[in-house]
Ligand binder design. Structure first.
Ligand code: FAD
Length: 388
């Protein structure tokens, strides 16, 4: 392979470029990124960057003297992928990058509610975070729409800044999609302890205000006053640019367990990619830092070997979140109906380790302020039943 184009200049794209070089690829490497910025780290955007403890410079993902020998095309989005004798990535400025191999790493964007009122935010990019930080500094009341991890972290920062915070969640329990209802409710207790008002089972009907948001209307008729609103209702994979390319799309780019797509010479990594997980028997799109950082090494091997390096197992998805000084860690994947039990600590103290089991097998582990036990239990995820 003489040339590779990496599309998406963030964690997964940078990790893929690094892995290609580390695995001996010495051909032409082009990295295309829609944002004007060099790769930066997103987790601090809802944590230390929002509180002001970290600056833009602290977020840089590249080392000071790192040189991948790549051509960077930043501030220009890929608009299409064509297959001819080689692969051709079309760019928004009318130019194109020809390559023998393509790494799709275009990540995800925050879902929005539409509208256009000032004071209504989503949080995905450094520019989003800077705008939210400025608005929180001048606000008294924050309403977070959606009880997911990013919304929870912003709620936590806003409480430390002294704001009055309400989280509204349409589902009956918070964090239920990731943690299941029981543990979602347990984690919600941490927020209530810290003065966050939590409203579950209520959908948002609309936002009020003229020019600038001043309230959130719920479908049960309630109206919540707000100076700032964070819409934290999840993210969707950025794959529209691949329409018509022949690359198979589902919830993201459909890949095998090595990151290969259905198109020879094209792999996908990070938040935009739904890899086949042999342990679960399904394609799963994982929106977590660790997968975006680690799986590109596998995808690079797949690309350089012509698609022949599908592993038997994948490391279970892993995420962490920092809330009120506690580290929340989750590894694995839970489904409705899994049994969950607290194995260490207790829910009342908000410090606990919970294990999710399906047919006797450990399928996921949740730790709240239990880093040591979590590391121990995490190794058991997806081990065959009765292995210990
Ligand atoms: P992204 O980081 O989304 O990058 C994709 C890049 O591709 C973007 O720069 C985008 O502009 C670019 N792009 C999109 N379309 C095009 C195009 N057509 N052409 C060229 N470029 C394009 N994970 C955890 O595990 N723990 C955490 O605590 C945590 N906190 C988070 C907090 C926030 C606020 C956010 C937003 C995410 C957090 N995550 C966390 C998730 C983690 O940051 C992501 O999983 C990771 O950034 C995914 O990397 P990626 O490279 O796949 O995608």
């Amino acid at each position: 392979m003489k040339s590779v184009a990496v599309v998406g200049a963030s964690l997964a794209g940078l990790s893929a470029a690094r892995a290609l070089r580390a695995q001996g690829f010495d051909g032409r490497l082009t990295i295309v990124g829609a944002e004007p910025h060099r790769p930066y780290d997103r987790p601090p955007l809802s944590k230390e960057f929002l509180t002001g403890q970290m600056t833009t410079a602290d977020l840089a993902l590249e080392g000071d003297d790192e040189d991948l020998g790549a051509e960077w095309r930043l501030g220009v989005a890929a608009t299409g992928l064509d297959r001819g004798r080689s692969l051709r990535v079309a760019l928004a400025d009318g130019s194109a990058v020809e390559a023998d191999g393509v790494v799709i790493a275009t990540g995800a964007v925050a879902r929005t509610l539409g509208g256009g009122l000032a004071g209504v935010h989503t949080l995905r990019t450094i520019d989003d975070a800077a705008a939210l930080r400025a608005d929180l500094g001048a606000a008294r009341r924050l309403v977070v729409i959606g009880a997911g991890f990013i919304g929870a972290e912003v709620a936590c920062v806003a409480r430390t800044l002294g704001l009055d915070v309400t989280i509204v969640e349409a589902a009956p329990a918070p964090f239920a999609r990731a943690l299941g209802p029981e543990m979602g409710t347990a984690l919600a207790g941490l927020h209530e302890d810290n003065g966050v008002r939590l409203i579950c089972g209520a959908a948002v009907r609309g936002l009020t205000g003229e020019g600038r948001v001043d309230g959130v209307l719920l479908d049960d008729g309630r109206r919540l006053d707000a100076d700032v609103v964070l819409v934290g209702i999840g993210a969707r994979p950025v794959v529209e640019w691949l329409d018509g390319s022949g690359v198979l799309l589902g919830d993201g780019v459909v890949c095998d367990a090595g990151g290969a797509t259905n198109v020879p010479g094209v792999v996908a990594v990070g938040d935009c990619a739904a890899w086949f997980d042999p342990a679960l028997g399904v394609h799963l799109r994982v929106e977590h830092w660790t997968g975006a950082a680690r799986r590109p090494a596998t995808a690079a091997r797949t690309l350089l070997s012509g698609g022949a390096s599908v592993p038997d197992t994948l490391a279970p998805p892993y995420l962490w979140s920092d809330q009120y000084g506690m580290r929340v860690q989750f590894a694995g994947h839970t489904l409705p109906g899994d049994e969950v039990s607290v194995e260490e600590g207790d829910l009342a103290s908000r410090r606990f380790l919970a294990v999710y089991r399906r047919e006797g097998r450990t399928v996921a582990v949740l730790g709240v302020d239990q880093p040591r036990s979590f590391t121990r239990w995490r190794r058991r995820v997806n081990e065959p039943a009765g292995a210990r």
